[in-house]
Each structure stands twice: as structure tokens, then as C-alpha cells.
Design a protein. Structure first.
Length: 135
């Protein structure tokens, strides 16, 4: 049985929390306290199989490492975008491709961009990952 939006957010957060030191938010916070991963549901496509038995959920996971120009933030970001390893976002999420039974399959499709995120007077370094979940 497919999980609900809340189930999928929670299970995806559990996977991201396996990365040491990375906090997880299921909404865009008022204040950034890096390192943090912010999950945002981008779209849900229904009726991917007969009788609505499969939906495609697309999430954007924005991982904010730290302030722009901070070398430690760049090194942290580098570990997140690696294909494998203890800091890899892709590896952490794909380690359980059913999210504890909340979906049928998933994949981290791509790391889309490394870009600055500005909040108030501060600019932070972030990477965005597209995650496709079939539930």
C-alpha cells in the first residue's frame, strides 16, 4: 500500500538523517541553521498505472552546507554530491528504495545545481537533488 504524503516526508527524512551532522526539515524554515536538508514536494502525477495504482512523487531536496565562501561548507557539499560514501545524499536515500515500505521504488535522479541561497543578509551554499518516488 502506498504511503501518504506525511509518511513519505517522514521516511525520506529518516534516510537523510543517516548523514552525520545533517539536520532535516520537511518545510522551508524561517531561519537557516546549516547543515540542513530541506525537503519540498514539487509534484505528484496520479494514474501512472491502471486504476490509479501508482503515483509518481517528485521531491526537491535542498542541502544547505554553510555560508558562501566557507571552505568547510564547500568540502561538506562535495561529500553530499559524491555518488557513494557516508556523506552521499544519493547513497543515503537509495539505501532503502522502499522507504520502509512507504513506496514501491525511488531514485535520486540528479543533483541539479549548486547555488547560493540568500536569507536576510546572509548567502549560503546549497545543492539541489531531484528525487523520484513511485508509490
Amino acid at each position: 500500500m502506498a504511503g501518504t504524503a506525511s509518511d513519505i516526508y517522514a521516511a525520506l527524512g529518516v534516510r537523510l538523517a543517516t548523514i552525520s551532522g545533517l539536520r532535516v526539515a520537511d518545510h522551508v524554515p524561517e531561519q537557516l541553521n546549516p547543515p540542513v536538508a530541506v525537503m519540498q514536494l514539487e509534484s505528484v502525477t496520479y494514474h501512472r498505472a491502471f486504476k490509479g495504482g501508482l503515483s509518481e512523487w517528485r521531491f526537491v531536496v535542498s542541502c544547505v552546507a554553510g555560508r558562501m565562501g566557507d571552505r568547510a561548507a564547500q568540502r561538506l557539499l562535495d561529500s553530499w554530491i559524491d555518488y557513494a560514501g557516508t556523506g552521499s545524499v544519493r547513497a543515503a536515500i537509495e539505501a532503502d528504495k522502499t522507504l520502509g515500505g512507504k513506496c514501491q521504488s525511488l531514485k535520486v535522479e540528479e543533483m541539479v545545481a549548486i547555488r547560493p541561497v540568500t536569507l536576510g543578509d546572509a548567502a549560503y551554499l546549497s545543492a539541489e537533488f531531484n528525487v523520484v518516488i513511485h508509490a
